[in-house]
Ligand binder design. Sequence first.
Ligand code: ZN
Length: 67
Amino acid sequence: MTSSPPLAPDKPCPICGKPSLEKFRPFCSRRCGDIDLNRWLTGLYAIPVAETDDDPERPRPQDPEAE
Ligand SMILES: [Zn+2]
């Protein structure tokens, strides 16, 4: 019997490219996991906010140069 192959190679950490640790897969460390999570959350909340000036419930400033 030949020597069994090593464990299936893990993909490198998507954040820094280091070999990922099983404990933190797919990342190499919790830090990288946090970074990715932050990116993910940031992207999630990075929804373009429609800054509408046409809100009917808000009175528009009459004259911005009144003061
Ligand atoms: Zn990493």
